[in-house]
Design a protein around this ligand. Sequence first.
Ligand code: ATP
Length: 350
Amino acid sequence: MSGQPYPIAVIPGDGIGPEVVEAELLVLAASGVDFTFSEHPAGDAELARSGAALPAATLAAAKAAQAVVFGAAGATAKDVILRLRAELATNVNLRPAKAYAGAPCLRPETDLIVVRENSEGLYVGREELVEPGMATATRLITDRASFAIARYALQYAADNGYNKVTAVHKVNVLQITDQVFLDACRRAAAEFPQLSYEEALVDSVAMRMVLRPSDFQVMVTTNLFGDILSDLAAGLIGGLGLCPSANLGPQHALFEPVHGSAPDIAGQGRANPAAAILCGAMLLRHLGHRDEAARVEAALTACLAAGQTTPDLGGRLSTMDMARAVTQRIEARAGAPRSGPGGGAKHPKA
Ligand code: ATP
């Protein structure tokens, strides 16, 4: 398929999902890379309409596409996004958290990435009500999945100019499961002697992230700890509106903002599209278009620094006005406006 546009399945979802996805697609179209976007329904509204939160046709389209751009899931999140992550076998969840000049935040020095195991841990859905008032949950940790995520995190660090990886655990309490996790991390770390490898208890990590986020670069951890620490990181950098994420597996990739459907601001054009636009940059990088990804990030960074933002960051722009401000900066840097199929750089992979 050399020279063909990348086929991307777009699942806008609920609440502000459609608004931030529209902004993301506008920016991707201006990136200089060719895409064909096909839109597919899922979520609360789709459940009410058709009786299926994730219709079979949407799932099939997600599996057939080169990658999936996802907006937000509402009350049906478990049936939509958790199912998509599982069906697409995305074992890696990348959650970068970087502070931007111009975006008010608690810890402007924050620049870290949480590499979260995405397929097991407490998310395997094995809960049981043993008897009224007593319930259990199974925490599944395997050497195979732990080694895969640790190796991914270390390779990511090596490829992206980081020199330190922190494995986050709670082995003093979870003595069997987290020992499996740490043994796998140590084996993987031995393959990367050029990187500094550290292990730290999740509770102390939570405190150190608030006091000294610069202690951390790449953090690798199990599913639930990764979920919690990445929201903590979002709090350090000025909120959920700035946090993208990528779900990656051997066959599939799905990009989604960390934020949810934000029903309190949905439909008002006030949603910050930055997280979704940064998802677009992650998609570009995933496809091998590093320069285009860097251009999108630079344009967004310049907008944030200039106060061209939505109200949550103190700006006065609507969602789409902010997206247009980003595309104008991309096009100004590229020297000539362009977008859409046929006019851009072709992807390098056969
Ligand atoms: P859900 O039930 O779908 O998780 P929620 O409102 O409980 O929705 P989030 O969507 O993550 O959770 O939103 C939490 C808060 O952050 C809300 O007050 C919301 O308005 C705000 N928020 C989230 N995303 C954005 C965004 N992109 N721009 C501006 N504010 C946002």
